[in-house]
Design a protein around this ligand. Structure first.
Ligand SMILES: O=C(O)CCC(=O)C(=O)O
Length: 278
């Protein structure tokens, strides 16, 4: 399959969802352009930088450096509720519903301010080595899906994401040489949504452009899989109750674990872990 065939525009192709789902099944990923309006893209850039400053102020630059990550911003919605709007984007929700079901939860939402380094000087970290985001293979069952949003234009110079077509749902790790030789670099305009099976082998490219590359990664799973962060506890009930029912669902509000018999013996509508969660 040619790279161009894995690209769709949701503004001009009314069948974008069914095409994207076939691509994710057969090739492991689909690149859907025209998802995030440009005003939201611009606002996101500013807010990513503001959240970055707050995280550095709270956790400290040294501790973040020791974590061996390149500009990853975790739990952004705690610092700025704007980031919950990504859980209202119709195209994102359509992908979630069709893959991991309407009762899915968000496993992570990570912002990236991928810094630029001179050629061959970027530190080797997990992000820029080929990896799968979900490492369990369940006989083809889709347990986890990624929705990765380009906020900057993704170019070869600024380290557009690398994916290895057809490497999803494989029981054996492909060898390093195969991954490097077969990777496609997903250059795309800002506001593009890259959808991929979370078992697809991928990595960030090397940013040598001289400016940061901005993006947001989302991973959604079936509701019985633990999220990377307990968003309900992290945000607190007061904030959770301000959010829409769908956003609450995605953040795990309906798959909380009880801590007392009083919580356990509640009528169905008040239960922390609702029936029918998949
Ligand atoms: O930033 C990218 O292009 C990919 C990042 C990534 O693979 C990850 O954090 O799991």
């Amino acid at each position: 399959m040619k790279v161009s065939e894995t690209r769709l525009c949701c503004q001009t192709n009314e069948h974008w969802l069914e095409h994207a789902l076939c691509l994710v099944r057969d090739v492991g990923y689909a690149v859907v352009e025209g998802v995030i309006p440009s005003a939201m893209v611009v606002e996101t850039s500013d807010r990513l930088r503001a959240v970055h400053e707050r995280i550095v102020a709270e956790i400290g630059a040294d501790r973040l450096r020791r974590a061996g990550e390149l500009g990853i911003l975790r739990l952004m919605m705690k610092y700025d509720r704007f980031f919950t709007h990504y859980l209202e984007v119709p195209q994102v929700l359509a992908v979630v519903d069709a893959t991991v079901s309407p009762t899915a939860i968000m496993h992570l939402q990570n912002g990236f301010i991928l810094p630029s380094y001179p050629v061959d000087t970027a530190p080797e970290v997990a992000q820029n080595n080929y990896h799968m985001d979900f490492r369990r293979l369940l006989n083809g069952y889709c347990a986890s899906i990624n929705v990765f949003i380009a906020i900057s234009e993704f170019t070869t110079e600024n380290g557009a994401t690398l994916v290895v077509p057809g490497s999803q749902q494989k029981t054996e790790k492909p060898d390093k040489g195969y991954l490097a030789a077969n990777a496609e670099q997903l250059t795309c305009p800002p506001g593009t949504m890259i959808v991929f099976d979370s078992t697809l082998w991928h990595a960030s490219g090397r940013n040598v452009s001289g400016t940061d590359r901005l993006s947001i990664n989302h991973q959604f799973t079936r509701s019985w899989i633990k999220p990377q962060i307990d968003y309900v506890r992290a945000l607190g009930d007061e904030t959770m109750l301000l959010l829409s029912e769908r956003t609450q669902q995605l953040l795990g509000w309906y798959s909380r674990v009880v801590t007392s018999l009083d919580e356990y013996y509640q009528p169905a509508e008040n239960r922390l872990y609702r029936a029918g969660q998949g």
